[in-house]
Design a protein around this ligand. Structure first.
Ligand SMILES: [Zn+2]
Ligand SMILES: [Zn+2]
Length: 84
């Protein structure tokens, strides 16, 4: 099976890093579509853990859809972020 590359902000997947990072990310920390997807450099997992609070989800997409109460910008000022 072909390797998949995931965005760390939204969980979007692409077949190459090039195609992933050439498209705008609707969950970019600067605002929706204010920047491109960012490559998640960790390995594919059955569970992803937020590096700020330890919250777990089965996909990057579901992890990054919820606000993080321990986000470095302030309580609920940003989404969970997957640890590597
Ligand atoms: Zn993204
Ligand atoms: Zn979190």
């Amino acid at each position: 099976m072909a390797q998949k590359f995931y965005c760390e902000y939204c969980g979007h997947s692409a077949s190459s890093v090039q195609s992933l990072t050439s498209a705008y990310c609707f969950r970019h920390p600067d605002g929706p579509n204010k920047g491109k997807h960012k490559l998640y450099e960790g390995s594919e997992k059955s569970k992803y853990t937020c590096k700020y609070c330890g919250h777990q989800a089965s996909s990057i997409q579901s992890l990054t859809s919820a606000y993080c109460f321990r986000h470095p910008n302030g309580r609920n000022k940003g989404k969970h972020a997957p640890a590597l």
